[in-house]
Write a protein that binds this ligand. Structure first.
Ligand code: G1P
Length: 272
């Protein structure tokens, strides 16, 4: 089973910081943001993380490549803790596929079709950090309890923010678990079916990957993953796990990236 991390975006909201450096490589406390996401993927049931990259973001691939000379130099200088950290990150089981055109999140995920090989797969959006790595196992447990159904993480958001997200309609079937009836990408606030926003963690059935091949461009002219999820509901069940805002951190804007750094730095210092 694979965990897919789409990372081919332009990082527009962080320009000019992201002119020569990918957004995914921006520092969060002590490591690039994408390292948290890769570590979360590898801590789950996935055996490999597949980064859907653009060909010019070489620094992401360099970050996850072995650096034996640097490791040796650090050891020579007695800096073993740093050597261990550098060595570990160079040995993570990460591979790459490429998205050559920015046609949307659904298109990015579809670029990894061959990698998923007809199995269920996770999608982890890099804007969202889950430092305790507990969300994917919780989603997997919901899927296991419902015959392997797809499961998405959702978070309640204030009404004025729903138009920035995918939003679900459905019914709560047990505390914190909803059976999804439909999904809509970035609805106007007055048309949103709920305040439960898709939160950037997905456990998806292989049928979603197949349907993505035929999804037409939707909101913003982009091929939306949300539209494939809505389509699969004609054929399969899907559940949504309501996650606690204290467990997931948005880094998608300068403001939320700063706030996430501050909160994770505080937790690190307090040994949480
Ligand atoms: C994407 C998804 C959206 C989801 C959001 C979570 O939107 O399309 O459904 O709610 O991520 O961060 P984006 O933020 O790429 O516009």
């Amino acid at each position: 089973m694979k965990a897919l991390i789409p990372a081919a975006g332009l990082g527009t909201r962080f320009l000019p910081a992201t002119k020569a450096q990918p957004k995914e490589m921006l520092l969060v406390v002590d490591r690039p943001a994408i390292q948290y996401v890769v570590e979360e993927g590898l801590a789950s049931a996935a055996d490999e993380v597949v980064i859907i990259n653009s060909r010019d973001k070489k620094s992401i691939e360099e970050h996850f490549s072995p650096a034996p000379e640097l490791v040796a130099l650090l050891r020579e200088r007695g800096k073993d803790a740093y050597a261990d950290a550098v060595e570990a990150v160079g040995n993570y089981n990460v591979s790459y596929v490429y998205q050559d055109e920015a046609l949307g999140l659904g298109h990015a995920v579809r670029c990894a079709a061959e990698k998923t090989a007809g199995e269920p797969f996770y999608v982890l959006l890099g804007d969202v950090l889950v430092p305790d790595n507990a969300m994917l196992p919780a989603m997997q447990a919901v899927s296991d309890a419902h015959n392997g159904a797809s499961v998405i993480a959702v978070m309640p958001v204030p009404e004025e923010k729903v138009s920035r997200f995918g939003v679900i309609a459905g019914a709560e079937v047990e505390p914190g678990v909803w059976k999804v009836d439909s999904l809509v990408e970035k609805p106007p606030a007055e048309e949103a079916p709920s305040n439960l926003a898709v939160f950037g963690r997905y456990l998806l059935s292989p049928r979603v990957m197949e349907l993505l091949a035929d999804v037409a461009p939707g909101v913003g002219g982009e091929i939306q993953l949300t539209d494939a999820l809505d389509a699969v509901l004609q054929e399969e069940e899907m559940y949504a796990l309501v996650v606690d805002p204290a467990d997931g951190f948005d880094t998608g804007t300068v403001e939320s990236w700063l706030a996430t750094n501050q909160e994770l730095f505080r937790r690190k210092n307090e040994g949480q």
